[in-house]
Design a binder for this molecule. Sequence first.
Ligand SMILES: Cn1ncc2ncnc(NCCc3cnc(NC(=O)Nc4cccc(C(F)(F)F)c4)s3)c21
Length: 271
Amino acid sequence: IKKDSKKVWSLSNFDIGRPLGRGKFGNVYLAREKESKFVVALKVLFKQQIHESNVEHQVRREIEIQSHLRHPHILRLYGYFHDEARIYLILEYAPKGTLFKELQAQPLKRFEERQSAIYIKSLASALQYLHERDVIHRDIKPENLLLGHKGDLKIADFGWSVHEPNSMRTTLCGTLDYLPPEMVQGKPHTKNVDLWSLGVLCYELLVGRAPFLATEYDDTYKKIIKVDYKLPDHVTKAAAHFISKLLVSNPQQRLPLDQVLIHPWILAHTQ
Ligand SMILES: Cn1ncc2ncnc(NCCc3cnc(NC(=O)Nc4cccc(C(F)(F)F)c4)s3)c21
């Protein structure tokens, strides 16, 4: 969006298209800015629900953090506006949708090692950019990873991102699947939580399900604390080694991002 970022936007500046996704706080729609014909995604958040869930501070922080980020693998937040009932986020449109949808579309519901390594490398470089700015994403999962028109990965939804270091304040809701031991135990946590999630994501891309999946909430809890996961036989030794360096209970012992980017499994599949 070329206009100066101080511009005050309103709904009348946009033609609204089809829904792209539905969320707890509101839906996201394809939209086109009328003057420039620039296509965006418009995420609508209902103030009532935001207020009831006491996450106003998170929306403000998301806007503050993401509007200053510029990286090829981070979805742009171009701006925002609000009316009496809703907050609108003006987002970069990702034509190939979520990685979650792409994963479901795979014949075996999982990716080959090469494709998985390409996604993981893109994500690791985006996380390196965030961590250099002391930003922790904290919500890395296939639903929050989008694909550009070339199938290139983009991290989205900074609704849970914070500046490091941090101790959990807002009660967690939704799936535990991606949370590291220190967060499920409500301990203060650092950017190393994103390294754990990178390992969980790598497992899910290669296997087709999350490593600590369980039917009961507290079974997942127990498996996370014990780092209790198994890898199917089709996963190569190099991939298994890579995952084992990230799914480590002690946050300090997780493979740092600069090592992730030169791990033999990543180098073998991406040049
Ligand atoms: C599905 N899809 N397909 C193509 C496509 N192209 C672009 N975007 C899409 N989807 C939207 C992706 C998002 C980006 N940023 C978000 N941010 C957010 O959702 N923030 C947010 C929400 C609820 C509560 C809170 C908080 F803080 F109050 F807790 C914060 S959602 C697309």
